[in-house]
Design a protein around this ligand. Structure first.
Ligand SMILES: [Zn+2]
Ligand SMILES: [Zn+2]
Length: 186
């Protein structure tokens, strides 16, 4: 990621899968998800008084693993953002990690990624892009809305084959309630 000056202008960056993997600390992240191809990061930067206002979006395609059937698939992402940065001045973020980030990158992000502080003539947006990507990634990836998942008994993919494991499931969820009620009461 290139460095960015606080001038009123539109900037475009390509976010490569390799860059993201490095941000996440290696090619094999815990979730195994990454970018399938270069993502596009577009940001419009504007000075508003002493503040810096950034807005734009991140679009790309993620390489994901379905949470039900474990099949790998590609899912598009589109994450819009608005970020208002105040000059940090002499302030130091309470959390040590935030303080270190401000010193190193000139940027301190508040938790919700909508506001923060900046310091110095340059703001390094690497961490912000990384956070945007994790925000854009689905919490429970699904290869398709009605994915049938894997059979809990034999592990076969129920989207592909129908196994013969019978599921002991009551015909109605209320059958359980009826059983609890007992035979005597109506
Ligand atoms: Zn699936
Ligand atoms: Zn089965």
């Amino acid at each position: 990621m290139d460095r960015l000056s606080a001038e009123p202008q539109e900037l475009r960056f390509a976010v490569s899968p390799r860059w993201l993997a490095e941000q996440q600390g290696g090619p094999a992240s815990a979730t195994g998800e990454g970018l399938a191809e270069d993502a596009q990061f577009v940001v419009r930067v504007q000075k508003l008084g002493a503040d810096v206002y950034l807005e734009g979006e991140l679009t790309g395609v993620l390489d994901l693993a379905c949470s039900r059937c474990l099949t790998r698939y590609r899912g598009p992402i589109r994450e819009r953002f608005r970020l208002v940065l105040e000059p940090a001045g002499d302030r130091i973020p309470a959390d040590p990690e935030g303080a270190a980030a401000l010193a190193r990158t000139g940027l301190y992000l508040a938790d919700e990624l909508e506001s923060g502080w900046f310091r110095g003539p340059e703001i390094l947006l690497d961490r912000f892009v990384g956070e945007l990507l994790s925000l854009a990634a689905p919490v429970q990836p699904l290869c398709r809305e009605d994915c049938l998942g894997l059979c809990p008994r034999c592990g076969s993919d129920r989207n592909v084959t129908s196994c013969s494991c019978a599921e002991a499931r009551p015909a109605s969820p209320f059958a359980v309630l009826a059983a609890l009620r007992g035979p005597d009461r109506k």
